[in-house]
Design a protein around this ligand. Sequence first.
Ligand SMILES: Nc1ncnc2c1ncn2[C@@H]1O[C@H](COP(=O)(O)OP(=O)(O)OP(=O)(O)O)[C@@H](O)[C@H]1O
Length: 291
Amino acid sequence: MKAIEVTNLTKYYRKVKGIENINFSVDEGEIFGFIGPNGAGKSTAIRTLLNFIYPTSGGAQIFGKDIVKETKEIREFIGYLPSEVHYYDDMKVKDLLEYSGKFYKSFDKDYYKKIAHSLDLNIERKIEDLSFGNRKKVGIVQALLHKPKLLILDEPTGGLDPLMQQSFFEILKEKQKEGTTVFFSSHYLGEVQKMCDRVAIIKDGSILKVERIEDLRSTQFRKVYISLASDYKQDLTINGAMDVKEDGEQMQFLYNGEARELVQQLASFPLRDIRIEEPSLEEIFMHYYEK
Ligand SMILES: Nc1ncnc2c1ncn2[C@@H]1O[C@H](COP(=O)(O)OP(=O)(O)OP(=O)(O)O)[C@@H](O)[C@H]1O
């Protein structure tokens, strides 16, 4: 059974498109990234999965259960971290977390204290005295305290300093070892690259691609830098070159195709220097976004 199975999921806010006909599935136990620029539809997809808003058409199942009809059952085994967390400021962290925990059968006080401790969160403090980053940590503990088998995280690391991000990622990896499935949205490519097994790239409400992180890195994309002899004044066109940038005698581009063909084309130009690198994921993604 899939942890998440999304079929032709569509959400319009009256006439405004949120997401349209999106399809993907997440395997049990995987860490799945959902990446796209602002306004791409990430939060819309997540809020639909959680049944905070209704699909306009299409649907989805979470561990075989329908997101609209069986939302109560689904809530028991999902942990959710919203992109922004709001709390009653007057409460102590401890009281808030214990109150939230009571809604779940599997709540265990020692367990939530352990997570809070690993994130260096003082549960005796009042929420109003916490920094943004510490409030985020409260949200993280809240999402984890009932040992959910699926974690849905909407831009989870915003506001966390790099060390905290590190401990947060360690917790996620630990959870994955225990069999938890993690679905998280982000527009930070670095963290997706570090954490995820697979990633769906979303833009303008549609999924552009679902790929294994490894495969994304090993696509035939190459980043090519060349410098030409200074007396070379003709225009230079290379078949298969994308995102071409020229600066005097220097030129750089992304190349997607056969290495042999690239070398054959380049052989006819007066090259002074050449460097071929693997592009960063960022560059590969930018290419998808620009399409
Ligand atoms: N409540 C709403 N009413 C009307 N339009 C909305 C609403 N929520 C989102 N939208 C629109 O739906 C589209 C997708 O937005 P969404 O918030 O899902 O994107 P996102 O990828 O989560 O972006 P971000 O990274 O900025 O949170 C955008 O065009 C947005 O303006």
